[in-house]
Every structure is written in structure tokens, then in C-alpha cells.
Design a protein around this ligand. Structure first.
Ligand code: Z5A
Length: 226
């Protein structure tokens, strides 16, 4: 994977529904890339970053300790990404590859799935314009009914958004944002790779590695989400 050794780091985004396996696959990719590129050359960042003040407010909302208007929580999620912007950009500039466990597509997909007339696709997208654009977005696609039935993933349902009917709407929103074979997505998120994440863990990891190792960014400058 010589092409992985560009002067700046890669920005890799993982997306998908709850329990799609994002955190598991972020960790596996982190380990593989670290082996290839060297210690300290790769970093994983969970989004939302629950460690900041804004992150605390988001966490309280997700575990249903607090109530917030849908518009307000949407903007807090976006603000939480803006808090991360500088550290993402400096990591990339220093040659470190950054793997994000969720990002802008989650922000838009969950809010859009609520079906609130005031919160159009354009409204949902606007606050995130200007954030770093990923080189590649890996969408771990699962049928929410399928995930619910799998015992290994069964502790689904503890947080606010973990309800199957809602997850089905989120899945549709993700497809609108990221596109599919027949339709371009509403957002430019780099190369979009959709993977059937109902497969065995190792099979999913192989598909991800195939997509990453053939990725060649050359001297491509970082772009922003427009
Ligand atoms: N949200 C939002 O509304 N707006 C935003 O802007 C953002 C997020 C950024 C919190 O996200 C919520 O915030 C989320 C979206 C919303 N709400 N929902 N729903 P989070 O990322 O912090 O939390 P999460 O989605 O619940 O992450 P998770 O639970 O960590 O899921 P995961 O990372 O996709 O899955 P996992 O932890 O890797 O795997 C779950 C289990 O399945 C685990 O036991 C694994 O061993 C198992 N697993 C994984 N892969 C497989 C395969 N292939 N087969 C079988 N079992 C597997």
C-alpha cells in the first residue's frame, strides 16, 4: 500500500446506523494502518466527542437526562465537530491519518429522519459547510431489523434514537446524503464506499481494507464540505 504514504494524512470517515460495527472496524483499521505506517501515524476520533462541554450536553440529551429542541441539539452536534476541526487539520498536516467514527452525514441523517418541516436537507447541512471534507467515507450498511435480531449486537435500545422504525428512516437519509449506485449523494464526502455490514466481522474488515489500500490521494489538497 505505497499509495497510503502521502505527505498529509488521510481523512477517513466511518458511518452507519447504531451497532453497524463502526467502532469495531475503526479499531481494526487503526491497527492495520499503524502496522503499515508506523506508531503514532494514525488516530481514531469518536464523533460526537463527549469529553467537551458541548459533548457533555450532547451526552445528557442522548441518555434522555435533558430535553432540547431538535434545532438546538442539531446545532450542538455541529458545534462539536467545529470544536474538533483544528486538531483534525493539524493531525493531517503532520502526516497523521485520522479515522472518524461518525461525522457530518450522521449529523444530517439523524436530524432529517425526524421529518420536521423546518429542518430541510439544506437547513441541516448549512452549519457543517466549511468543515474538512473526507478523502473516503465508509458506509457500513445494515438493515436495522437484522441488527436487532443479532444477539451479539443486542444491547441496542438504550439511547434515545435506538428505535427500529426511526433507524429505518435514518438509513434512508444516509442514502440521500451519501448516494448509491444510481444516485449521487447530496453531500460531497470524498470517495463513498458502501459495505454490507451484516457480513461476518472479518469479511467486513476485508472489504474496508480493499477500499483503503487502493485509495490514492496523490498531492490532493484538503477541501472543505460545501
Ligand atoms: N448523532 C446525531 O444525532 N448527530 C450527530 O451529528 C452525530 C451523532 C455525530 C451516538 O452515536 C448517537 O448520536 C447516535 C447518532 C447520534 N445515535 N443513535 N442511534 P455514537 O456513535 O456515540 O453511538 P453508537 O452509534 O451507539 O455507536 P456504537 O454503539 O458504538 O455502534 P457501532 O460503533 O456501530 O458498533 P460496535 O460498537 O462496533 O459494535 C456493536 C456490537 O456489535 C459489538 O458487540 C460488536 O462486537 C458487535 N459487532 C460488530 N460488528 C459485527 C459483525 N460484523 N457481526 C456481528 N457482530 C458485530
Amino acid at each position: 500500500a505505497e499509495n497510503l504514504k502521502s505527505s498529509r494524512g488521510l481523512l477517513v470517515v466511518f458511518e452507519g446506523l447504531d451497532r453497524a460495527g463502526k467502532t469495531t472496524q475503526c479499531q481494526l483499521l487503526y491497527e492495520k494502518l499503524t502496522k503499515k505506517l508506523g506508531a503514532g501515524r494514525v488516530r481514531v476520533q469518536k464523533v460526537p466527542d463527549r469529553s467537551t462541554q458541548i459533548g457533555h450536553a450532547i451526552n445528557a440529551y442522548l441518555v434522555s437526562q435533558t430535553h432540547l429542541p431538535d434545532q438546538a441539539i442539531h446545532l450542538l452536534f455541529s458545534a462539536n465537530r467545529w470544536e474538533l476541526r483544528e486538531s483534525i487539520l493539524s493531525s493531517l498536516a503532520a502526516g497523521q491519518t485520522v479515522i472518524l467514527d461518525r461525522y457530518v452525514p450522521s449529523g444530517v441523517a439523524y436530524s432529517l429522519a425526524k421529518g420536521i418541516p423546518d429542518m430541510s436537507l439544506e437547513w441541516c447541512l448549512a452549519p457543517d459547510r466549511g468543515l474538512p471534507q473526507p478523502d473516503v467515507t465508509i458506509f457500513l450498511d445494515v438493515d436495522p431489523e437484522n441488527v436487532k435480531l443479532q444477539t451479539a449486537r443486542a444491547d441496542f435500545g438504550r439511547e434515545r434514537y435506538e428505535v427500529s422504525e426511526f433507524q429505518a428512516k435514518v438509513r434512508e437519509s444516509f442514502k440521500t446524503i451519501l448516494g448509491d449506485d444510481d444516485h449521487p449523494g447530496a453531500l460531497r464526502m470524498g470517495k463513498v464506499v458502501t459495505i454490507d455490514a451484516s457480513q461476518e466481522l472479518d469479511a467486513v474488515a476485508t472489504c474496508i481494507w480493499d477500499a483503503i489500500k487502493t485509495l490514492d490521494i496523490g498531492d490532493k489538497e484538503m477541501e472543505v464540505i460545501q
